[in-house]
Design a protein around this ligand. Structure first.
Ligand code: FRU
Length: 570
């Protein structure tokens, strides 16, 4: 038998864009054929500028181009030989106000096209924890755990976006990259894990200093160490330095040592929290430095807090903010962290707790503890103090739902205030979300009267005033794929969720809640409930992007004093 030599036909793929002088292009490519170099030809106004090549086959390789002059750019490659993950362009001088322009992405990293969605989502690729949430150079910056090449967790980068109102976001270039070694393969060995950011005043210009964990699986003796980097342009991190190369000794900690959260303590020094674990459960570690730049001199002060309940393992993504406007001696602080692998008696997993107490810069004295979110899909909550008032945001998902075998596009929660009234912490949505109210769908009491109210595309806010605190009702949402309702009764306030698979769902119950008002935000893929201005907040990711079709009270007409419903739009 003879074989005929076959050549794989070339399939030319071309990406074109009119771009200005000074435009920067970020792209990632790899070869589809082991041993063969992949090539991309870069032309400007029909003149070849360069060939971009890579021999890598396992993971996409990052390349950066800069256009010295403007014109018509053409990037072309043989799609049978060269695999391109994503290409975006930006003008460094205008990107903060315009955002990046995605010129091409692949099917593997495509964000769901949700034209009406109003929650923050990455422009492409995977996202988990919010990182480095803060105000720098007058804008709110949100960084996040990111893998650009697929919708599954893998080698971690930091994605980046900015906003002026916490609601409208502009996507910026990828900010932090994993080390060269980790970038070679897509085996999820680590990368730039979660962390935080502080503003550094440099002669009138506000630089950003970020702190993060570098994870390298199986590295000895430490898998997780703490790094820091600065950024002068607010777009890219300069080379990182190691600030904590090892865990504190003598505490018998597991290898978990991550998620540095840096904040100003009551004594004016920079403090750092880290999440860790020992044999008994989760621990939050406290460090400080006298260095006003936060660059150096980090020393271990001790264990700030521990939590052993619910079968939790590591404390993740700790964060701490001062509450209210009390003076120094009366001041309370909120310590918030994720209880990894926790499970409560109602089946909820990976809960987040908020502990309120006094903090003198060295010792935290807890006074009360409450759950941050009864829906438990608000993980890795990170807050910072913006103009005297803490504001936070969380990953709108739960690790328990993540499978390595399935795409899992995610969003962030609505940004939330962190308020304290002397007895409890409340987390209402930021005021900016009021501007999302686009058209009134019900202002005349149809919902309150028991009518079935169509919800257009399902991107809506429903506001209910109850006739008395805790007045019982059940609001059912019509959805083609899932069962969803919100119920208030003697047990408390509960998001009733079922995915129709027959699998029992946890009970998302705010036990004993007796609110007088309830705000419900529905979007493709989520429901968020804020009762009594966020005194009880519940976030549940919905495993579908189809909108809720309609709402109707199935019980408790007499409990609703007023109901208003708005179509929301960004
Ligand atoms: C929390 C977390 C962090 C870690 C990051 C990795 O969701 O597990 O502890 O830094 O995700 O992506």
């Amino acid at each position: 038998m003879t074989y005929q030599a076959t050549t794989i036909p070339s399939v030319r793929q071309t990406v074109r864009a009119e771009l200005d002088a000074g435009t920067v292009i970020h792209l990632w490519l790899k070869s589809r054929r082991p041993g063969k170099v992949a090539t991309m030809t870069v032309e400007l106004d029909d003149t070849e500028l360069q060939q971009v090549t890579t021999a890598r086959t396992e993971e996409f390789e990052f390349r950066k181009l800069m256009l010295a002059r403007g014109g018509s750019l053409e990037l072309s490659y043989d799609a049978n030989a060269t695999d391109v993950s994503v290409i975006y362009a930006f003008l460094p001088t205008r990107v903060q106000s315009e955002g990046i322009r995605v010129l091409q992405h692949s099917a593997e990293n495509a964000s769901p096209s949700l034209s009406d969605g109003y929650h923050f989502r990455p422009p492409f690729g995977w996202m988990n924890d919010p990182n480095g949430f803060g105000r720098f150079g007058g804008q709110v910056h949100l960084f996040y755990q990111h893998y650009p090449h697929s919708l599954r967790w893998n080698t971690m980068h930091w994605g980046h976006a900015v906003s002026s109102d916490y609601v409208h976001w502009r996507h910026l270039p990828v900010f932090l990259f994993p080390s060269d070694d980790l970038s070679q393969r897509n085996d999820g060995r680590g990368g730039a894990f979660s962390g935080s950011a502080i503003a550094m005043d440099d002669r009138g210009r506000e630089d950003i200093r970020v702190f993060y964990t570098e994870q390298v699986r199986d590295r000895k003796p430490e898998e997780q160490i703490q790094l820091s980097a600065t950024s002068r342009d607010g777009l890219a991190a300069e080379p990182s330095t190691v600030i904590l190369p090892e865990r504190p000794g003598g505490l018998d900690l597991t290898l978990d040592f991550r998620d540095p959260y840096v904040f100003k303590g009551p004594d004016g020094r920079w403090k750092m929290l880290l999440g860790s674990r020992d044999k008994a459960g989760g621990v939050v570690l406290l460090y400080e430095t006298p260095d006003p730049a936060g660059a150096d001199g980090w020393t271990f002060l001790g264990t700030l807090h521990r939590e052993n309940r619910y079968g939790m393992t590591a404390a993740e993504c700790p964060c701490m903010v001062p509450l209210g406007d009390a003076g120094a001696s009366e001041k309370r602080w909120a310590l918030i962290f994720g209880l990894l692998t926790s499970r409560d008696q109602r089946g909820r997993r990976n809960m987040t707790s908020v502990t309120v107490g006094r903090f003198d810069g060295q010792v935290f004295t807890p006074e009360l503890e409450q759950e941050l979110d009864f829906g438990s899909d608000a993980y890795a909550f990170q807050a910072f103090v913006d103009d005297g008032r803490p504001v936070g945001i969380a990953w709108l998902a739960n690790w328990t739902d993540v499978s390595k075998k399935e795409d899992f596009p995610t969003a962030m929660t609505l940004p939330r205030r962190v308020l304290w009234d002397g007895t409890a912490v409340s987390t209402p949505p930021v005021e900016g979300v009021d501007a999302l109210r686009h058209a009134e769908l019900d202002g005349t009491g149809r919902l309150a009267a028991g009518e079935r109210l169509p919800l257009e595309n399902g991107a809506v806010e429903i506001e209910l005033d109850l006739t008395s605190p805790g007045a019982a009702f059940e609001l059912r949402f019509d959805h083609p794929d899932i069962d969803l309702a919100l119920r208030l009764n003697a047990e408390g306030l509960e998001i009733l969720f079922g995915d129709r698979s027959g699998k029992a769902s946890p009970r998302y119950l705010a036990a004993d809640a007796r609110p007088s008002t309830v705000r419900i935000f529905l979007d493709a893929g989520s429901i968020e409930v804020f009762a009594d201005n966020g005194r009880w907040t519940g976030t549940k990711r919905l495993p579908t992007f189809t909108g809720v079709k309609a709402a109707q009270l199935s019980q408790g007409n007499g409990s609703i004093a007023g109901a208003r419903v708005w179509q929301l739009k960004l």
